[in-house]
Ligand binder design. Sequence first.
Ligand code: CS2
Length: 494
Amino acid sequence: MTTTPLLGLGTLGRLPEHSRPLLEPGSVPAGIVHLGLGAFHRAHQAVYTEEAVAAGGGDWGIVGVSPRSSAVVDDLLAQDRLFSVTTLSAAGPHTRVVGALAEVRHAASDPAGVVALLADPAVRVVTLTVTEKAHRLDPVTGELTVDAALLADLAGAGPSVTIPGLLVRGLLARHRADAGPIALVSCDNMPSNGRRLHGMVEQARVLVPGAAPAFGDWVRESVTFPGTMVDRIVPASTAETLAIAEAALGARDLAGVHGEPYRQWVIEDRFPGGRPAWELAGAVLTGDAGPWERLKLRALNGVHSAIAYLGALAGRDTIVTALEIPGLRTAMERFIAEDVATSFEPPPGVSVVGYGASVLERFANPAIAHATRQVAMDGSQKLPQRVLHTILDRRAAGASPRWAALVVAAWMRFVQGRTDDGRELPLNDPLAAQIRTRLAAAPATPQGVADALFGLDAVFPAELAADATVRALVVDWLTALDRHGVEATLAGAS
Ligand code: CS2
């Protein structure tokens, strides 16, 4: 019996020409540390960086650091740090191996090694995709959640590895080593992600035992926090997508990822130690990524979350099949046109309604099976920037954001844990325990559920929780969803 060999340096020669890496693996010295080796990084920043270095040069190899999971590190090490990205479109799949990773590390088993990397003068950029919750920031106030694990980490007394702990200890080591300026680049889906990351570092920095004020001065002078907007739909890999990659490569790829053809990266151009020529790979370098972040969070992620909650409640497993629910697409178009597009100033020349239409087309890509449950997870961390900011801005203008209220109601019904036909739904959320406790103590009526959940002050800002108009809109939708389920509610909505 012959088994297909594993992807690696030894199998590169047999790959079809169009599937080979753009860079010779290992030929580019490391200049970037990336925290968060998940599928999104591999299909987004790694691809941009490889293309940028291939086109523009520079010592910008990536050291990929997995904060917690060791499996991805083991897989990548077994494959000489190579992995493939399969682009899925209606026209068929295309698989290419990416050679951007200079090294891979597992932070939980070697935190000191990662701290030392951040103090290496060759490293001048740190990028992060660590998820909203790993920032340990209250989504409403931006305040850092301080606990024993974080304090131990900041004191260099692990065993835990927190992102604020790693970054601040790394920066302290860099300051002491006089290793030069550096940019910390958040690539997570948060509003003002650069400012949030800066806030996190500043709040954690002052908790480091014995940190001298000179460290604060150095951070101010030598560290930048450019904001970014990142975009590409990258669902979790499945056996089926790995099989597609294997067929294309003639080699097995344990770390393969897949995504849609579309991608976008808008980056604030503040890099005191230099950066790859990402613009040569199609990235937009700008002075202010804020309007782009708002556009993407509200008109893409907000709509994604809406489809995920409504779809999951209606028993649809994927975003594509959820979009087939009669009335759902129209409801999303109205959400975008009536609530989202009217809530903020888009980037110059961009039509929010046009952008929203293209987003719905991307969600309808039949080759992408994005699980509604994957998009639905961590709702307490996602809802504020994706939907609640839209509501707050519309309320400030005196409007009644009815469609945005539907998304809140769908989330409130989703966290109760049952589909419309009574099947169990998982609650995968850092606030799951709090949510369950509140629901258990509340009357099981739309009003009771809304009262209980609007009391979650880490999700709902006080002014929103106290807004009678919003609460009434949400209770109306919850009542309709309770009585009729998603499908009949959407069919009757106008
Ligand atoms: C999705 C995003 O899982 C989710 O919450 O909304 O991961 C989405 O696919 C990306 O932001 C697209 O760029």
